[in-house]
Design a protein around this ligand. Structure first.
Ligand code: PLP
Length: 395
């Protein structure tokens, strides 16, 4: 019998079959909330893992799995999972591995919202003890307790651009049976692979350099053990912050050019850092690629192929100088993000606005600091915009 129009509209064309002669050149985008089954037994077998397949989009999706395969490979991990933002990934990695009464040791220089997540969510609401420690100048050994479960840090600290020896911190964490989680957002796997240095999990705001095009929010966890990701995936089914397949598809597109993008960000940043270093209005230039940087030695040991990334910070001496330099830019924009193809800047009060002034002071984050995300423009044009802006401020 001929079907009615509404039935045809809702059922026709719901199956795509590819001829065996031709394969799509790029991974297809599967925008699916759920999957169809012929019988309840097959659905149950897929649900229990006895049979391969997909059930429901909050847990898994073929496009996300394609992205996970790339992420696991480039970080030399065992498995990975993808979430809807960097904070989604960070909160999933941490909350899946702690309970009330446990203790976390975190570096005191980290992204402002990560700091706030530890302090205001985990400590103040969920009864998790948190020690914020100066990893660069203090001995973290003193802070371990029988209930310590996680050590948390960033490869390149936001916003001081400091680099710590992940190998040493991993050894301390493992001696106390703790997991080391490293936020590798600023570095990306093109600069550093923390899992190869002893970290247990690496997390990313893939919103930044991993995507590089400023068009999605995305978060990533890569782990050195499949069991860690299996557990996080299971917990994630309850919390629900899975990445949209559309964002996964765009991130796959972006990752295809990650290495060449980061190499160019790094080359531009190195030249910009050399320019800032000789500038009379810049009190300090914080960039690990500079031989004069206290982080240069360790960064040169743990970073790949002489690349130091696209992030640097400059100390302009005062909040007023920071505001004036921002106001006078002709090309560079103030953006509360980083890692895009264009050069952007952010002041400490924005990037670390989730911290109180007292917390920023205790973490040594001065209001005179300007964080610069060096883009892919011709470097002379980036320098020229700083030059003309700082000249006006210097007058
Ligand atoms: N980690 C770092 C180092 C960041 O700079 C940010 C955001 O700026 C995040 C995590 C959070 O990422 P998202 O904004 O994707 O949640």
């Amino acid at each position: 019998m001929k079907k009615g129009l509404m039935t045809t509209l809702t059922h026709a064309g719901s199956k795509i079959t590819m001829p065996s002669t031709s394969m799509p050149k790029v991974a297809p985008l599967y925008m699916n909330a759920a999957y169809c089954f012929d019988d309840a037994e097959t659905l149950a077998a897929v649900g229990s893992g006895e049979k391969e397949g997909y059930l429901y989009g909050r847990t898994s999706n073929p496009t996300n799995d394609c992205l996970r395969e790339i992420l696991t490979a480039i970080d030399e991990g065992a498995d990975s999972q993808v979430y809807s933002s960097g904070m989604g990934a960070i909160s999933m990695a941490v909350m899946s591995n702690i309970k009330a009464g446990d203790h976390i040791i975190a570096n005191k220089v980290i992204f402002g919202t990560s700091f706030k997540f530890f302090r205001a969510e985990l400590r103040d609401k969920f009864g998790v003890e948190v020690s914020f420690v100066d990893f660069a100048n203090d001995d973290i050994e003193k802070y371990f307790k029988p209930n310590t479960r996680i050590v948390y840090m960033e490869t390149i600290a936001n916003p001081t651009i400091d680099v710590l020896d992940i190998r040493k911190i991993a050894a301390s964490a493992h001696a106390h049976d703790c997991l080391l989680i490293v936020d590798n957002t600023f570095a990306t796997p093109a600069v550093c692979r923390p899992l190869t240095l002893g970290a247990d999990m690496v997390v990313y705001s893939a919103t930044k350099f991993m995507c590089g095009h400023s068009d999605i929010l995305a978060g990533v966890i890569v782990a050195n053990k499949k069991s860690l990701i299996d557990h996080i995936t299971d917990v994630g089914h309850s919390y629900g912050p899975i990445m949209s397949p559309f964002d996964a598809w765009l991130l796959i597109r972006s990752l295809r050019t990650l290495e060449i993008r980061i190499a160019q960000h790094s080359r531009n940043a190195m030249q910009a850092a050399e320019y800032f270093q000789g500038h009379k209005q810049v009190a300090h230039t914080l960039y690990p690629g500079l031989a004069s940087s206290p982080a240069h030695k360790v960064a040169s040991e743990i970073f790949s192929r002489g690349l130091y990334g696209g992030m640097l910070s400059i100390d302009l001496g005062s909040e007023k100088n920071v505001n004036d330099v921002i106001r006078n830019f002709k090309m560079i924009k103030l953006v509360p993000s980083l890692g895009a193809f264009t050069t952007t800047v952010s002041d400490t009060k924005t990037s670390h606005g989730a911290m109180t002034k007292a917390e920023r002071d205790a973490s040594g984050l001065s209001d005179g600091l300007l964080r610069v995300s060096i883009g892919l423009e011709n470097v002379e044009d980036i320098i020229e915009d700083f030059e003309q802006s700082m000249k006006k401020v210097g007058r």
